[in-house]
Ligand binder design. Structure first.
Ligand code: OKP
Ligand code: ZN
Length: 337
């Protein structure tokens, strides 16, 4: 398995996140990817590579160009301090003519978890390039590849950052592969991948299947409900499986297998998996109770689909557990193949 490691992620270290007015240390820390990389590099059959460069047009097919340039410009204005949205977020920045810098921070972001500094654009590009590199490996004929994306991506919409995400790495990979045939995205991060849903909501060439903690109680709160099924020709090409907080392997499994069946039935040529390790029992923010061994079982079931698959890293915040959870997941994939 080729594993793509974007080493520039080490330049990304937001100090804090603000939830409901309270400042907390930022959960999305550099050690996450260092632990995952260290553990998977010990598995026989894994080869670690650096991202290759792809044209920026692959980012701009998924993200609004005003948003992409905002990320670069806001970073230059911030210097090496991180700036946060300073007005209440409203609406979407698509085709926005607003130039005021304070207002723009509210247009192009939807929360206070996702600050911008002068390294943000650069590290977000590298993370997207890692996803594209992994997608190109599968396009060349490998059955599986794994992009250790950081920052993560699945909350980033076409023109808004949020949930620690700037560019939607999984959506960028899926859109790239969609030029070859039908694609499915399977998001198993504990949080709803609202950005991926938003980006493909009107498309029938990329099916999006999401299994996550009920957004009534968990981030992103505003999206991820069962009635969100896509619009226009995208109708029925979006499927959400919200699940109650606190559930463990045996209760999760039937829902997971229903999602797998849905993917099998859509018969995609490629699969992109948004992999979060934050549904694990010891994750500090997830709220579910999956075991380390269950990650092996999930990987086996996904690999049994026999669809060329790009794994894209999203969340997972217990830095003490990430080594064993990643090891369980990746070896599940390799054992099945
Ligand atoms: C990003 B990804 C705890 C609140 C955490 C933000 C969650 C972002 C998750 N202080 N809220 O999907 O793993
Ligand atoms: Zn998550």
């Amino acid at each position: 398995m080729i594993v793509v490691y974007p080493s520039r992620h080490l330049r990304h270290h937001p100090p804090s996140e603000i939830f409901n007015g309270v400042v907390e240390p930022h959960a999305e820390v550099p050690e996450r990817i260092e632990h995952i990389k260290a553990s998977v590099s010990n598995i026989a059959g894994v080869r670690i590579v650096l991202p290759k460069h792809f044209p920026l047009s692959w980012i701009e097919q998924v993200h609004d160009s005003g948003y992409v340039s905002y990320l670069a410009e806001a970073g230059r204005l911030s210097g090496n301090a991180y700036t946060y949205p300073s007005v209440f977020p409203y609406g979407s920045g698509e085709n926005s003519s607003i130039t005021n810098e304070i207002a723009r921070r509210g247009i192009y972001g939807f929360d206070l978890y996702t600050p911008v500094s002068n390294t943000t654009y650069y590290v977000a590009c590298a993370s997207a390039m890692a996803a594209l590199t992994a997608a190109s490996v599968v396009r060349r004929g490998e059955m599986v590849s794994y992009a250790l994306c950081r920052p993560p991506g699945h909350h980033a919409e076409r023109s808004r950052m949020g949930g620690y995400c700037y560019f939607n790495n999984a959506a960028i990979a899926a859109n790239y592969l969609s030029r070859q045939g039908k694609v499915a995205v399977f998001d198993i991060d504990v949080h709803h991948g609202n950005g991926t849903q938003h980006i493909f909501y009107e498309r029938d060439d990329v099916m999006v299947v999401n299994i996550h903690a009920d957004p009534t109680y968990k981030f992103p709160f505003f999206s991820g409900f069962e009635h969100e099924i896509g619009v226009g020709k995208g109708k029925l090409f979006n499927k959400n499986y919200p699940i109650p907080l606190g559930i463990s392997d045996e209760e999760y499994h039937p829902v997971f297998m229903a999602a797998v069946k849905r993917i099998r039935e859509s018969a995609p040529q490629y699969l992109v998996v948004s992999v979060g390790y934050d549904a694990h029992v010891n994750d500090p923010i997830g709220g579910l109770r999956l075991s380390t061994a269950y990650y092996h079982r999930m990987a086996t079931a996904i690999a049994s689909l026999h669809i060329p698959t790009v794994l894209v890293q999203e969340g997972g915040y217990n830095t003490g557990e990430l080594r064993s959870v990643a090891q369980s997941f990746v070896s599940g994939f390799l054992d099945a193949n």
